[in-house]
Design a protein around this ligand. Structure first.
Ligand code: AR6
Length: 184
């Protein structure tokens, strides 16, 4: 599915984020930045050791990465030149600021990309795997945050959501239908 929002193309698709040709891809990392399973493991495997090398340098400089924040490294051997690493919240019932932290993860990734002059970026569904954030709720937050950001800032040619499973794609599409009629 593709929609044009001003000068930005918003695209939802099923696929593997490690194969995307956008300038940057976003990693659903953890605060240690030392890799892990899921999308994080796949990105480090496909991109090679240079990504972890730069993550170590970042940790040496700033310590662990707080939930909701974002940093950038090389894409190593990936098609994408850069990886933006962000940390989504672990779901623990919904009353521990999870919604806001998830919003921050998307917002800060987009801000960082914009600051670095990146014109195209791919997101996975942050927090909906190992961190157990409910998919539909996460989809609404992800899409609302991206839509609002695109409305305010005009530097992206394309923002892509790359959903790993057909079911997840369907949930994101339905979430988009729900919010696309909203005017504010
Ligand atoms: N491309 C796109 N999406 C993917 C891919 C892929 N190659 N692989 C998995 N997904 P998760 P989290 C989807 O667990 O919940 C890691 O160990 C997957 O289907 O990767 O934010 C980190 O190190 C799911 O919908 O991230 C952290 O410790 C989504 O990506 C922790 O997991 C997110 O699942 C972060 O957990």
């Amino acid at each position: 599915m593709e929609v044009r929002l001003g000068s930005t193309l918003l695209r939802l698709m099923v696929g593997d984020i490690t194969q995307q040709d956008t300038e940057a891809i976003v990693n659903a990392a953890n605060s240690s930045l030392m890799g892990g399973g899921g999308v994080d493991g796949a990105i480090h495997r496909a991109g090679g050791p240079q990504i972890l090398e730069e993550c170590k340098q970042i940790v040496a400089r700033i310590g662990s990465l707080p939930t909701g924040q974002a940093v950038m490294t090389t894409g190593g051997k990936l098609k994408a030149r850069f990886v933006i690493h962000t940390v989504g919240p672990v779901w623990s019932g919904g009353n521990r600021g999870e919604d806001e932290l998830l919003r921050n993860a998307y917002y800060n990734s987009l801000s960082l990309a914009g600051d670095k002059g990146i014109r195209s970026i791919s997101f996975p569904s942050i927090s909906t795997g190992a961190y157990r954030f409910p998919m539909e709720r996460a989809a609404l937050i992800a899409l609302t945050t991206v839509r609002d950001f695109i409305r305010e800032h005009h530097f992206f040619e394309e923002v892509r959501f790359v959903l790993f499973r057909e079911d997840d794609y369907r949930v994101y599409r339905e979430a988009w239908e729900k919010i696309s009629g909203e005017t504010n």
